[in-house]
Design a protein around this ligand. Structure first.
Ligand SMILES: *Cc1c(COP(=O)(O)O)cnc(C)c1O
Length: 377
């Protein structure tokens, strides 16, 4: 194999950040402390001054948002089948019932017409997902939420730095959840944050994050809600602070890579191959992922494609995502094939091409040439 392995994602941590992590490790204070506070302040500034709290994942963020909203047994929460399974698992985790709405074949995000059709008197919240960093129609989303008095927990795990009409995702809206898992545009290795509406919600988030504890004075302590153990450490917050310094550069570079992808695929690629490119959403997306839908060649289409991309071109692809409703645990709750046909088709044929900060335009050219070669033979 002459060319080096090209993965679909790879984190970049600069030397300054590595040094900052070393300082924390030598400081005598390695768990939640001043770095977490500084990271939360930086995030709050990034999101227009809204309250922000950090956590050890972008999963517990959503679970805690649902708990703050008082959602539990008997309540329905509407979400998309095409997401990381965490998005639906948190609904079950709080005792509520997941209800799926199919996706739009062009944006691959939850179809807001289908959301409206799925609303019942038990519906309490919507969890939209901004797949690959592409927001849904945010005006329509919040109009639906207002009309039906629903809470929104935005799964913006992939959308750090994405925009809607020039405003950052997270700087407006209801609860907005981000993930800092290793593949995300901004990473802390593992971690997440939740943007909240007010200081009361932020205080409740702090309780759910740490065993329900409230401290007062030098030795005052009480517990009045059932919390868990979800706090971020200063070690990972130091990574986040380093990443905050370069995030705008990172997202600008991803955008340049995405533009080059479109240039290299060219205007005839879809007509010639039957494959489908993503939306050219250069005003909104942070280009977290670059996903194409393969032309359908029956069962095993994607596995064969991924195998050849690896064997013949040394390129590692991902797939985001398999439809959640067809997992065993969800089938056991009554979901089955045929319920969400667009999700089922896209879930079977979507592949994620390489897209990360350390990639070059030449890597994009290599990736596109490989896709074209595999599809042509
Ligand atoms: C990454 C991701 C999550 C979960 O984040 P973790 O930090 O891994 O818990 C949830 N939803 C989506 C869409 C994601 O991409």
């Amino acid at each position: 194999m002459s060319l080096p392995f090209l993965p679909f994602s790879r984190p970049t941590i600069d030397e300054e950040t590595i040094a900052a992590v070393g300082e924390v490790l030598r400081s005598g204070w390695i768990t939640s402390g001043p770095k977490v506070q500084a990271f939360e302040a930086a995030l709050s500034a990034y999101f227009g001054g809204r309250p922000v709290r950090t956590f050890n994942s972008g999963t517990c963020t959503m679970e805690i948002a649902l708990r703050i909203a008082g959602i539990g047994p008997g309540d329905e929460v509407i979400t998309t089948p095409i997401s990381w399974v965490a998005t639906a698992n948190v609904i079950i985790e709080v005792g509520a019932t997941p209800v799926f709405a199919d996706i739009d074949p062009v944006t691959r995000n939850i179809d807001l017409d289908q959301v409206e059709a799925a609303i019942t008197p038990r519906t309490k919240a919507i969890i939209p997902v901004y797949l690959s960093g592409l927001p849904v129609d945010m005006d329509r989303l919040y109009a639906i939420a207002a009309k039906h008095k629903l809470r929104v927990v935005e799964d913006a795990a992939q959308a750090f730095g994405s925009l809607w009409k020039g405003q950052r995702i997270g700087s407006f809206g209801d609860f907005v959840s981000f993930s800092f898992q290793a593949n995300k545009n901004l990473t802390t290795a593992e971690g997440g944050c939740l943007v909240l509406n007010n200081e009361d919600e932020a205080r409740l988030a702090e309780k759910y994050r740490l065993q329900g504890v409230t401290r007062s004075g030098l030795d005052g302590i009480d517990v009045d809600v059932l919390g868990g153990k979800y706090n971020m450490t200063d070690v990972t917050a130091a990574i986040g602070l380093g990443q905050m310094k370069v995030i705008d550069q990172v997202n600008a570079h991803r955008k340049a890579l995405a533009e080059h992808y479109f240039r290299c695929f060219g205007p005839d690629f879809e007509a010639q191959t039957g494959a489908q490119l993503p939306q050219p959403a250069f005003e909104t997306s942070n280009w977290h992922l670059f996903q194409i839908i393969l032309p359908d060649q029956g069962p095993g289409t994607r596995a064969r494609f991924m195998e050849r991309m690896k064997a013949e071109h040394n390129i590692g692809l991902g797939y985001h995502y398999a439809p959640i409703h067809l997992f065993t645990m969800y089938r056991e709750r009554g979901f089955k094939e045929g319920m969400f046909p667009v999700s089922e088709k896209i879930g079977r044929l979507t592949v994620t091409l390489p897209m990360f900060y350390a990639m070059t335009l030449a890597d994009v050219e290599r990736s596109v040439a490989a896709v074209k070669a595999v599809l042509a033979s």
